[in-house]
Design a protein around this ligand. Structure first.
Ligand code: MN
Length: 236
């Protein structure tokens, strides 16, 4: 069989799933902006007035960095930034597609959950914000989406109340609970599905709590959400 492509098709990013050797094939990565009041305030916004908004990261093998549950993975410091920020987030893995999904049906579309970091070139994002331009150069760069092992939804029943924390070199920088989401996981899926037809393999970064900040080479981040596999990354 000859390939229909003029060069070999690129590989699909795959994330480990707890309890199986099979991988979750990543399609798109959607991200929610300012979904915790404390983070909206620290970014200069009024959390009481904003409907949810979304941006995307690539779902390809250059952007997605699968992080094993043990050990410390290496995270390359990206080019063209002097203000490289972590944003610890609950990542929702979609297992069943759909559009115009009702809030009460939304969790039926969830395959599972993982811990992720929405890594951000904050200086470039800020410049684009100020100019009214798209955020891609601040958000959608190589290795911008480190993600841990996916836990199936049936094994993550307490996720809506879970604690979420991020430490840098052992110091707690972000500490909140999923209950503090402005738009719940169900509401986020319902809203997003009015804009895009969701497909199995899609991931949703659900937003970060307050306490975002910069890391430099040599620092190690540990991100945890109760009930999910933690991730540890050293910036290199
Ligand atoms: Mn984020």
């Amino acid at each position: 069989m000859s390939s229909p492509y003029i060069f070999p098709a690129h590989d699909i990013a795959g994330l480990p799933v707890a309890g199986t050797d099979a991988l979750f094939p990543v399609r798109r990565i959607y991200c929610v902006g300012r979904n915790y009041a404390g983070h909206a305030r620290e970014m200069g916004s009024d959390p009481t007035r904003e409907p949810p908004f979304f941006f995307c990261k690539p779902g390809d093998t250059m952007a997605v960095l699968p992080v094993p549950p043990q050990g410390v993975a290496e995270l390359p410091y990206p080019p063209r930034t002097g203000n490289y920020h972590y944003e610890c987030e609950l990542v929702v893995a979609i297992g069943k597609g759909g559009s115009d999904i009702a809030v009460e049906d939304a969790l039926q579309h969830v395959f599972g959950y993982a811990v992720g970091l929405d890594m951000t070139r904050r200086d470039l994002q800020g410049q684009m914000k100020d100019a009214g331009r798209p955020w891609e150069i601040g958000k959608a760069f190589d290795y911008s989406a480190p993600i841990g092992v996916i836990t199936r939804a049936a094994q993550a029943e307490g996720i809506a109340q879970a604690a979420i924390t991020l430490e840098v070199d052992g110091a707690v920088k972000q500490s909140s609970h999923i209950t503090h989401l402005i738009w719940s996981i169900s509401e986020t899926i319902a809203n997003l599905s009015t804009l895009f037809t969701l497909q199995p393999g899609d991931l949703i970064f659900s937003g970060t709590p307050e306490g975002v900040g910069a890391v430099v080479r040599g620092q190690t981040m540990v991100a945890q959400i109760d009930g999910l596999a933690p991730i540890a990354l050293k910036v290199v």
